[in-house]
Design a protein around this ligand. Structure first.
Ligand code: S3P
Length: 181
């Protein structure tokens, strides 16, 4: 194989920080394209019979990251699927590499303040269970930026409705999968 791995884009994978709208947008995209919708966090919870917070508390973050990496490998045969991923999943380079083999990887981006507004009432994210969640968001986002920016497409979800973002995702997917003349 040459420098770039061969890609056979059949799916859409949404990556990005917590609270950027991956699940909401992903569901809309799947509905419109008549694709299956899969969410890595939901799959992990189903398989383990535990909530994400319990997995973090009882087994630690590394155990959670292991489960994420296993789930990513299972997508290798997927087609016509929208995959919404947990916010930390692309920090493992193998995950991004595996997703890129079969998916157009689209990153939803938002400013820390907007993320904070979206997640502040929710308690299901162990990493944001912090006395100063906004600073935590800023720090994590800047540490992860290098990974998120490896997506094929970066879409800003600030100040746009989920429907608008979903339409942009669909447009990008059509651009890369339309038959060449
Ligand atoms: C995480 C994001 C969460 C979930 C877990 C860890 C992260 O998913 O996977 O709490 O490391 O950013 P969402 O991005 O869907 O909130």
């Amino acid at each position: 194989m040459g420098v770039t791995a061969v890609r056979n884009i059949q799916n859409i994978a949404l990556i990005g920080f917590m609270g950027t709208g991956k699940s909401t947008v992903g569901r809309l995209v799947a509905e419109q394209l008549k694709f299956e919708f899969l969410d890595t966090d939901a799959l992990i919870e189903q398989r383990s019979g535990k909530k994400i917070t319990e997995i973090f508390a009882q087994h630690g973050e590394p155990a959670f990251r292991e489960l994420e990496a296993q789930i990513v490998l299972e997508f290798s045969q997927s087609t016509h699927t929208v995959i919404s991923t947990g916010g930390g999943l692309p920090t493992n380079p193998a995950n991004l590499k595996n997703l890129k083999q079969h998916s157009l990887v689209i990153c939803l981006w938002a400013a820390p303040e907007h993320i904070y507004e979206r997640v502040r009432e929710q308690a299901h994210r162990p990493l944001l269970n912090d006395p100063d969640p906004l600073s935590k968001i800023r720090n994590l986002l800047s540490a992860r930026e290098q990974f998120y920016k490896q997506a094929d497409v970066l879409l800003n979800s600030d100040l746009r409705s989920a429907r608008e973002v979903a339409q942009q995702v669909i447009n990008q997917f059509r651009l890369v999968t339309r038959p060449r003349k």
